[in-house]
Design a protein around this ligand. Structure first.
Ligand code: HEM
Length: 488
């Protein structure tokens, strides 16, 4: 008897699917028509409470890749609700130009991120301070170009002593030691205790944290936020104590340097202490900017060098060409120094292409709209969080032929540059909040890369073929290689 009704099952399923699709479509359309007739950007249908978080969690993709997939479905300006946070994702050069140039002023602020708030003394740094007079004053602070060449020589010496090297680990510790020199000058003992704190801050700032996405949830606050906050504050106060000691030591030495007619401006701390007297800078601000230097200014360029080396090992033709160039330019000298680095034209193409495919900050640093604004007919309410997907823009097939292929020659005879004016190529962002450490980061990356390929021939371990090299990424505040790069 029951079998008589089996034919009804597919019909019922079809009817249910049709009804659900109509409801979803209606809700999607409704959400793209805001009150007052302006449209809101399109986006996927959201669930109560979590909004679109489940769509980000689908698959094993990292956020910048998953957001790029969603943008292919919903368009280069897409609206998502991430927990309680209304969010807009920008994924094309044309829209990036709207947000980072035409309406840059409205999107020049940073959202409130609880971990960043603790780490940077309530936004007293450059990267997370809201847009306003304080940020303007801090942006004027010149981030230093340290004495790099001695450090490079140390790196070369270290590689020379080892038959097999882990380039990932080596670049990490090299980057940290350069940053310590740039920030504090010659320090020895504090360096070792300070750096592990920085690593912990990195972990706490990385990714999309639940506490950040549900700021009003008392339950979440009780279950996770309070414990996480306590841990972060403990780590922060230990890092703070070390910085205090370093500053006090410097102040003691500084008076004798200045009394002897010297200038204390060889490192970032010296420069900031000079500004303290003229620009009304407090110790809190000095410590916040030093933390910026460690958090934004160390891993970024070392990760870039690592990706460049990975691509060179994967593409022996490019490695050979780059190596031939650097050996020709520096052969008479025996050392790679900064003076002739501009002559390495092919290496510049290699670095440009590396940053196109592997921008270390693929979603930049989030921005926030100051006021409600209509951009090209789409209404963006005040306090909307904005992510510009630099990773997706840098490989948009509308602007790049064969975008997934590593081809440094694509930049030959092209005027496309890092400056943030070519909106289809934005490894350093654009507009007011564009990276202030660009020149310093690029100089270090060129010099390291040139040294690595000038002094050494590189080979993958265990007879690995170039095409088998694992190029997977790991997400954090910066995107690194998932597995370490080892050289035989
Ligand atoms: C290869 C190296 C680097 C890359 C690719 C890079 C990339 C970026 C990106 C994409 C942003 C966000 C820009 C935006 O929101 O539009 C940024 C911001 C920032 N970067 Fe870099 N960066 C690098 C090196 C450095 C270095 C060496 C320093 C410091 C010495 C530094 C300090 C900063 C700071 C302070 C900000 C925040 C600026 C603000 O909010 O006003 N960066 N960087």
């Amino acid at each position: 008897m029951a079998s008589d009704y089996y034919f009804l099952i597919p019909i019922s399923v079809a009817i249910i699917i049709t009804i659900v699709s109509v409801i979803i479509r209606k809700r999607t359309l409704a959400s793209s028509k805001a009150a007052g007739g302006e449209r809101t950007p399109p986006g996927p249908w959201k669930l109560p409470i979590i909004g679109n978080l489940h769509q980000l969690a689908i698959g094993s993709s990292l956020p910048h890749r998953r957001l790029a997939e969603l943008a292919q479905q919903y368009g280069p300006l897409m609206q998502l609700q991430l927990g309680e946070i209304p969010t807009v994702i920008v994924s094309s050069a044309e829209w990036a130009k709207e947000f980072m140039q035409a309406h840059d002023l409205n999107f020049a602020s940073r959202p409130f991120i609880p971990a960043a708030n603790i780490i940077f003394y309530g936004g007293r740094d450059i990267g997370f301070s809201p847009h306003g007079p304080y940020w303007t004053k801090m942006r004027r602070t010149k981030l230093l170009r340290p004495i790099m060449e001695q450090e490079m020589a140390k790196l070369v010496g270290l590689i020379n002593t080892k038959p097999t090297i882990n380039l990932t680990e080596m670049m990490l510790s090299f980057g940290n030691s350069i940053t310590c020199r740039a920030a504090f000058g010659k320090i020895q003992k504090q360096e070792e205790v300070f750096l592990p704190f920085i690593k912990q801050f990195m972990k706490m700032l990385g990714g999309f944290s639940l506490v950040d996405l549900f700021p009003s949830s008392n339950l979440l606050r009780l279950l996770v936020a309070n414990a996480a906050e306590r841990k972060l504050k403990k780590v922060h106060s230990a890092a703070d104590a070390i910085m205090e000691t370093i500053i006090n030591d410097r102040l003691a030495k500084r008076s004798s340097t200045v009394a002897a007619g010297g200038n204390d401006d060889e490192d970032l701390l010296g420069v900031l202490l000079n500004l303290k007297d003229t620009d009304d800078l407090g110790f809190t601000e000095i410590k916040a900017v030093i933390l910026d230097m460690f958090l934004a200014g160390s891993d970024t360029w070392t990760i870039t060098v690592e990706w460049a080396m990975s691509e060179l090992m994967k593409h022996p033709r490019v490695m050979e060409k780059a190596q031939r160039e650097v050996r020709k330019v520096f052969n008479g000298k025996g050392v790679v120094d900064e003076a002739s680095i501009d002559r390495l034209q092919y290496l510049q193409l290699v670095l440009k292409e590396t940053l196109r495919l592997h921008p270390p900050g693929p979603l930049a640093i989030p921005r926030e709209s100051k006021e409600t604004i209509v951009v090209n007919g789409y209404k963006i309410p005040a306090k909307t969080r904005v992510f510009v997907n630099l990773w997706a823009i840098n490989r948009d097939p509308h602007h790049w032929a064969q975008p997934e292929v590593f081809e440094p020659e694509r930049f030959l005879n092209s005027s496309v540059d890092f400056r943030g004016t070519d909106f289809h190529y934005l490894p350093f962002g654009a507009g007011r909040r564009m990276c202030p450490g660009m020149h310093y980061g690029l100089a270090l990356a060129y010099l390291s890369l040139a040294n690595l390929i000038y002094h050494f021939d590189w080979k993958l371990p265990h007879q690995m073929k170039p095409e088998d090299l694992d190029m997977r990424e790991r997400f954090g505040i910066e995107v690194k290689r998932q597995n370490n790069l080892i050289r035989a």
